[in-house]
Write a protein that binds this ligand. Structure first.
Ligand code: BDP
Length: 692
């Protein structure tokens, strides 16, 4: 690789910005100054990468010398590093690479270099790809898989390799050090010899950037792939099969990271099919990879058809097993107790498992937050979860501190994000969805990083016109950076407002793949816990799911004083009110308004916010290249329509129960309920085998 200088194309925008298709993410080619790099004396692909990156991005003094030195230092842990005027110091090669990226980021965003050590909050910072061997991506909105392809799945082309390298580079630039290459709803073929050949090719492309490879495995693989009669984790033949498979994998990929497992959930097979526990299943796999230093990430996303409370199930199944897992098992827990909704309280499993490593799983892909259409900057949502106080080891036991080794001494700490990456030219479908990939890495590195700071950094790297080294226009900060950062920071709350405010959840459309409203959706014989009415419980007497001590008692899974605070509608924060309470439509809110009026005002506020986002973006036009400007503008238009549909659908649907007028301050509906329901009703209702 050599320094890239992209020709400047003038597109007629006022500032003459070059065309950009977003493919370069936050790592856009820049005019660079020459730099001399002094490396530790050893041959290594990672060190070569670090040198190349310095040469590709150096913005410091021309002819400077940068020294990368490997040294043990008590203040540096995992892949941390220390920057200095001379260069970067770390105790691992990865640490040097991360230090290089940090140094360049500081140069490119105009921040001073600080000598404070920078240590990652989590040892492992992983993307989970829900990619299938046929190239489709479950809940993917950015095109097909970058890893797998139908038919020619096993032919590795130079283009594949180049793309995997670019992907790995982007990850390394934000400290992501692992990738699970396939869907948690795993196909057994992933463990076949042919597919392992491709896994090796991918691992070889990711390794020079410090990204380790992991696989999702199907628990019944010994039966489906190995021809055994059982997948019982205690059966000696099964144990042997997995040991053999582990050996085979490590022969191909010596630094293979381990397995991710979705078991006994949503129809996936698991140890419970054989009367065994999650611990029996996880430990058997953990023993198979232990000789090679491998890990097992065992998901706690478990629930079975039930008319009780789905939100309680994971806690009930896992807390009794605390202490029974091997130390190379990590329990992977979604941020909320149900399923990646626009807002959920944190999962009560955080902090409650005290003798078991627990890792948060966040969803970067916007399954419930507008796909790649609506603009949602998710860092505030993740920050909210990570900074929630569980009280499990006294005040200050935040979700982050309970999972990153600060409160409990687990052998490993990790955080996972379900990736939003696909073959689309700009990787993530929406140009602003790149910010979520970026922010995930930054938060996994520093769990107390601030969303606002991350947004500014990302905007500067992604939009500041650095072509030819030209400085940004003098008013760039006030006219672009500040308003667009504000837009980003408000975007997730706007979605909560126009879709599921005040603790409402899971009321989205099933027929449009979770995009848009569907509070009415409940086909006959459908599992109750897959239908919105199960979650909103709207009736003449009110709305909301009663999870209080006299209801499902989910509140008791939280530690005091939180449990009591959530249990009382007077002290339960408004944002979780209908998550924990079923309340009359005329219930008096803290604002003094009725619940109905408050709900209506939230829906309307969400719609008005999106209109404001449109205005902000329109005003940003002079500062953005034409291609990305138009793409985002178009998406905001669609989002605006979606927001109105959500508001109209929910208010008109709930009004059937409340019989109250829509407040005058709220924009009157422009749809009828019948039209919205017809739009959401396909000719034949689907009968999905999994969650619709
Ligand atoms: C739900 C998704 C489904 C996933 C499942 C999971 O709708 O596609 O398979 O989560 O996380 O959010 O396993």
């Amino acid at each position: 690789m050599k320094t890239l200088l992209i020709p400047v194309l003038f597109l007629g925008t006022t500032l003459g910005l070059r065309a950009e298709d977003g493919h370069q993410l936050w790592l856009r080619a820049r005019a660079t100054a020459p730099v001399t790099v002094v490396l530790p004396a050893r041959n290594s692909a990672l060190l070569t990468t670090a040198r190349q990156e310095l040469q590709l991005g150096w913005q410091g003094a021309a002819g400077a010398t940068v020294t990368l030195s490997l040294k043990n230092d008590k203040a540096i842990r995992y892949d941390g590093f220390r920057l200095s005027a001379r260069g970067v110091q770390a105790s691992t090669e990865r640490g040097l690479l991360y230090g290089v990226f940090e140094l360049l980021r500081r140069q490119q965003t105009g921040q001073p270099v600080s000598a404070e050590p920078s240590n990652p909050s989590y040892e492992l910072r992983l993307l989970n790809h829900w990619d299938n061997p046929d190239g489709s991506v479950e809940r993917g909105y950015a095109g097909k898989s970058i890893f797998w392809r139908k038919d020619s799945a096993l032919v590795v082309t130079p283009r594949d390799k180049a793309l995997w390298q670019q992907y790995a580079r982007a990850n390394a630039s934000v400290g992501i050090n692992g990738a699970v290459l396939n869907n948690v709803n795993a196909s057994p073929v992933i463990l076949s010899a042919e597919y392992l050949g491709r896994v090796k090719a991918i691992a070889d492309a990711l390794r020079p950037y410090g990204v380790k490879t992991y696989l999702s495995v199907k628990f019944s693989s010994p039966v489906l792939l190995g021809g055994l009669k059982t997948a019982d984790p205690l059966a000696p033949a099964v144990v042997k099969w997995w040991q053999g498979k582990a050996r085979e994998i490590y022969q191909q990929v010596p630094d293979f990271g381990g397995f991710l497992v979705k078991a006994s959930s949503e129809g996936q097979p698991g140890p419970q099919d054989y009367g065994r526990t999650h611990a029996d299943g996880a430990n058997m796999l953990a023993d198979a990879v232990r000789p090679y230093g491998g890990l097992v990430m065992w998901r706690a996303f478990v629930y079975s058809p039930s008319d009780k409370d789905r939100a309680k199930q994971a806690y009930n199944e896992f807390v009794p097993l605390d202490g029974e897992f091997r130390d190379n098992v990590i329990i992977q827990v979604k941020n909320g107790p149900v399923d990646f909704q626009p807002r959920e309280p944190f999962s009560p499993l955080f902090g409650a498992l005290k003798k078991t490593a627990v890792m948060p799983e966040l969803q970067i892909t916007q399954e419930y937050l507008g796909h790649a259409i609506d603009l949602a900057y998710l860092a505030p949502m993740w920050e909210e979860c990570l900074q929630s106080d569980t009280y499990q080891a006294g005040p200050g036991s935040t979700v982050a501190r309970c999972t990153n080794g600060s409160v409990y001494r687990q052998a490993h700490s990790a955080m996972a994000g379900v990736s939003n990456v696909g073959l689309d030219r700009n990787w993530t479908g929406h140009d602003f969805a790149q910010a979520n990939w970026y922010a995930f890495g930054r938060l996994a590195w520093n769990s107390v990083a601030q969303s606002a700071q991350i947004a500014e950094e990302w905007l500067k790297l992604t939009f500041q016109n650095a072509a030819g080294g030209a400085p940004p226009p003098a008013d760039w900060n006030t006219q672009f950076l500040t308003p667009v950062a504000q837009l980003m920071l408000a975007s997730r709350e706007a979605i909560v407002d126009y879709s599921m405010p005040l603790g409402l959840h899971h009321i989205m459309s099933a027929t449009h793949d979770h995009y848009g409203p569907g509070p009415w959706w409940a086909p006959p014989r459908m599992r109750a816990d897959w239908t919105p009415p199960y979650y909103h419980q709207a009736a003449a007497n009110g709305v909301g799911f009663d999870r209080t001590k006299t209801g499902s008692d989910a509140v008791s899974q939280y530690q005091e004083p939180l449990a009591s605070q959530l249990n009382d509608p007077a002290t339960c924060p408004d944002q979780y009110l209908l998550w924990f309470h079923h309340l009359p439509w005329t219930f008096q809110m803290k604002s003094g308004r009725t619940l109905w009026d408050e709900l209506a005002l939230h829906y309307d506020r969400g719609v008005q916010q999106v209109r404001q986002f449109q205005r902000t973006w329109d005003q940003a036009q002079p500062y953005v290249d034409a291609e990305r400007f138009a793409a985002v503008q178009n998406k905001l238009r669609t989002q605006s329509g979606n927001a109105v549909m959500w508001k109209d659908a929910c208010l008109l649907y709930f009004q059937q129960f409340s019989h109250l007028p829509i407040p005058a301050a709220v924009e009157p509906p422009m749809h009828t309920l019948e039209a919205l329901i017809t739009y959401d009703t396909p000719p034949r209702p689907p009968r999905p085998a999994r969650q619709p």
